[in-house]
Design a protein around this ligand. Structure first.
Ligand SMILES: [Zn+2]
Length: 174
């Protein structure tokens, strides 16, 4: 049986997806409350329990990661999936890198010179400096010490019904 279990933070936000075996271990260690169970039962010689579908952690969890490497997804995460020119929040598939000082003018591809931008803003700015384009990023780009951990990628089309109510708050990071 390959049922998987959704684990929520204490504040009911999807944290991770684990195997049912891991979920049962967490239950026996007293680390979680069971919010929803599947109808299937797990039997052992001494007990029968329902397979956990959704658990909630009792204690605070660490939701930041350290030692952040430069990557497209990490830049978007630093910028909260928001175009740094027009402030529109977008899925990753609709964002792109913008070199604040364009590459053609010696701008490097690194944290301090890259912001997230939507395609229209990126095209509009083109090969111009912020001064020339009259487009200053909303925030000066920086190298982050930590980043928020992204919630698990969960496809809302295929989630088990038992999870659905808890997944609606998830951003679709595309
Ligand atoms: Zn934009």
């Amino acid at each position: 049986m390959g049922k998987r279990t959704l684990v929520l933070t204490p504040w009911y936000f999807p944290h991770k997806v684990v195997s049912w075996q891991t979920a049962v271990t967490m239950m026996y260690l007293g680390k979680v409350d069971v919010l929803v169970s599947y109808s299937e039962e797990l039997r052992s010689p001494s007990t029968t329990i329902k397979t956990p579908a959704v658990l909630r952690l009792k204690k605070k969890v660490i939701t930041v990661k350290r030692g952040v490497r430069f990557s497209r997804l990490n830049v978007y995460t630093r910028d909260n999936f928001t175009c740094m020119y027009c402030a529109t929040r977008l899925p990753a598939s609709e964002l792109t890198f913008d070199h604040v000082l364009p590459r053609s003018r010696g701008g490097a591809t690194r944290w301090e010179n890259i912001v997230s931008a939507c395609h229209p803003c990126n095209r509009k700015k083109g090969n111009r400096t912020p001064e020339q384009a009259g487009m200053d990023p909303l925030r000066r780009p920086y190298r982050p010490q930590t980043l928020p951990m992204l919630p698990p990628r969960i496809d809302l089309e295929t989630v088990p019904d038992e999870w659905r109510a808890f997944c609606e708050a998830l951003p679709q990071t595309g």
